[in-house]
Design a protein. Structure first.
Length: 273
């Protein structure tokens, strides 16, 4: 009898100057490489969404992404980026920076980006496994060292770097300052998740994201309907049309009804709105 067809997405290992030469299980990295990101190639059914694992040994650049309305106004189409992070691991003292401690204007933000003081103006949050952050477009942000996370985002490659700790990479000050919001981060965008349980994490406007613990409740089945969705296992062994998925995989399902979860299974599901 033939094995069930796998719907696991192809993986791309992305080297970054701030990446790691050793990745946590179940991942491995080629010898001599510093892998910062693991991308799951978006399937034809869901080109709007991209799932990544991110692993840091150094701080990422201070950056910002535009909104769909802003990229459309520039004639670039719908290329804005809203994203969210689920922290899966963090070294002691690890932090991420999101928004500013106090409101800041465009000229002050530009000056701070140029002299490096922007880092000190940002709000830095201590993180641990289970922290969840929604990062709306226009939010200035940076991931600190010693962090492992899953990122779900609109599938856009537009990133404007405001500050990069002296690394020899291009900055995008004018474009970045033009779209950045110089405000504190909204506490409503941060949640601390317990190790287990159902959680509705993002309800639009660009995508929905839920954490499932075992079989999904009726309201989740209604919300996801019969549309295609991405499945990101966190714990256990999840079955999709007979194929087994586990942590470190990402797969596409034609509908939520194809995804079989037992009481010991934990996963994320995501779908564009």
């Amino acid at each position: 009898m033939s094995e069930p067809a796998s719907r696991k997405l192809p993986v791309r290992l992305v080297e970054k100057p701030w990446g790691r030469d050793t990745l946590p299980a179940p991942f491995g990295s080629p010898a001599g490489s510093r892998i910062g990101e693991i991308w799951f190639e978006p399937p034809p059914e869901l080109p709007q969404l991209l799932v990544k694992y991110i692993f840091t040994s150094e701080k990422l650049s201070v950056q910002v992404h535009p909104s769909d309305a802003q990229t459309e106004a520039e004639g670039l189409g719908r290329q804005g980026k809203e994203e969210c992070w689920l922290i899966t691991g963090a070294e002691p003292g690890a932090t991420i920076g999101i928004g500013f401690r106090h409101a800041i204007g465009a000229e002050a933000m530009r000056a701070a980006a140029l002299d490096g003081s922007i880092e000190g103006l940002m709000q830095w949050y201590p993180v641990a496994a289970g922290d969840f952050f929604l990062i709306p477009a226009n939010t200035v942000h940076a991931i600190g060292a010693g962090v492992s996370l899953i990122e779900i985002q609109q599938n856009s490659d537009i990133t404007y770097r405001l500050y990069d700790y002296g690394r020899p990479r291009a900055l995008h000050l004018e474009k970045g300052i033009a779209v950045a919001t110089g405000k504190p981060y909204s506490p409503s965008c941060h949640r601390r998740l317990p190790p287990w349980g159902q959680a509705s994490l993002v309800a639009g406007p660009r995508f929905r994201l839920d954490r499932l613990a075992g079989s999904p409740p009726a309201e989740i089945r209604r919300a996801y309907g019969e549309g295609a969705l991405l499945v990101v296992p966190l714990a256990g062994q999840i079955r999709l049309n007979g194929a087994v998925l586990s942590a470190g995989d990402c797969a596409v399902a034609s509908a939520l009804g194809e995804v079989e979860l037992s009481g010991d299974d934990l996963c994320l599901i995501a779908q564009p709105c």
